[in-house]
Unconditional design. Structure first.
Length: 308
């Protein structure tokens, strides 16, 4: 106890009011505070860098996600518009073809009705002409028969007195009747030939018209078949082109996804390398600081020992 007391007195007289142990403790505290402040500052800077990197990655991922969603919505909208356009175009083509077919059917029905009415009118005209000719011929024949009977009665009545005169008159009358009969026969024959020519002409016209209508029907059927073939080929070509575009777009998406995944892996690897480098630098700084601290402690320990 006395030795310790006199040692403290001697140390106070030698080093002053502050003892070496307190100075060493105070120095160690200051060194530790300074080192802790530098370490805390480095840790804060590192943490801020990590947070900034994480924020940048999160913002980039968020922006890429928004861009992908907007692009996907745009693609869906464009595809919907394209499908609606194709449906509308096919519907318009169908409506135009249906209207054309309906007009053509209406035209064919009207032509058939006209042809039927024309044939009925021709038949009625032929029957009416034949009936009139038959009535005229019957009236003339009746007149001829009645005149012939009257001539016979006149001849029988005037046979005794006017036989020669009556015979001459009868001859003249007979010749006149023969001429009239020949004229009537010629007129009937001419009228029949004329009506027959008209009938033949109408029949030939009907045949030509029927051939034209039949040719138009064949042309319409051929046009309909070619139009259907062209429409089917165009639909197939459009579907094949759309499928090819979708496949190419899908390949581009796969390539873009592979590039994005590779870029993200490279970014993670680069961030990991930076962290490893920073950690190695911090470890190296801590080791240097620890060595410096040890050197200082050793130096002060040697000084204290030399002074002691």
């Amino acid at each position: 106890y006395l030795a310790r007391k006199f040692f403290y007195l001697w140390a106070r007289m030698t080093f002053g009011q502050v003892l070496p142990s307190k100075a060493r403790c105070f120095y160690d505290q200051k060194i530790l505070q300074k080192a802790f402040g530098e370490w805390k500052e480095q840790w804060t800077v590192c943490r801020e860098k990590k947070l900034s990197h994480r924020a940048d990655n999160h913002y980039r991922h968020f922006v890429l996600n928004l861009i992908f969603k907007a692009w996907r919505a745009y693609i869906c909208q464009q595809q919907g518009k394209r499908n609606k356009y194709y449906v509308a175009e096919s519907h318009a083509k169908k409506q135009i073809l249906l209207r054309t077919w309906q007009h053509w059917l209406l035209y064919v029905g009207v032509q058939r009705t006209k042809h039927g009415m024309q044939s009925v009118a021709l038949a009625f005209r032929e029957r009416s002409c034949l009936r009139v000719s038959w009535a005229v011929w019957r009236r003339k024949q009746y007149q001829k028969c009645s005149g012939h009977k009257m001539n016979i009665l006149a001849l029988q009545h005037w046979a005794q007195s006017l036989q020669f005169r009556a015979w001459l008159q009868w001859r003249e009358l007979y010749l006149y009747i023969q001429n009239e009969k020949q004229k009537d026969t010629r007129a009937v024959t001419h009228h029949q030939h004329r009506e027959l020519g008209r009938c033949v002409g109408a029949w030939l016209g009907y045949l030509n018209l029927h051939r034209v209508v039949f040719g138009q029907n064949e042309l319409a059927q051929e046009f309909h078949r070619s139009r259907m073939l062209r429409r089917c080929f165009s639909d197939w070509q459009l579907s094949w082109e759309c499928r090819r575009r979708v496949q190419a777009h899908q390949r581009d998406l796969e390539k873009q996804a592979a590039r994005i995944a590779l870029w993200r892996a490279f970014a993670h690897w680069k961030h990991y390398v930076v962290l490893c480098v920073e950690e190695a630098q911090q470890c190296e700084l801590a080791e240097k600081h620890y060595k410096c601290h040890l050197l200082v402690l050793q130096r002060y320990w040697n000084l204290w020992k030399s002074r002691l």
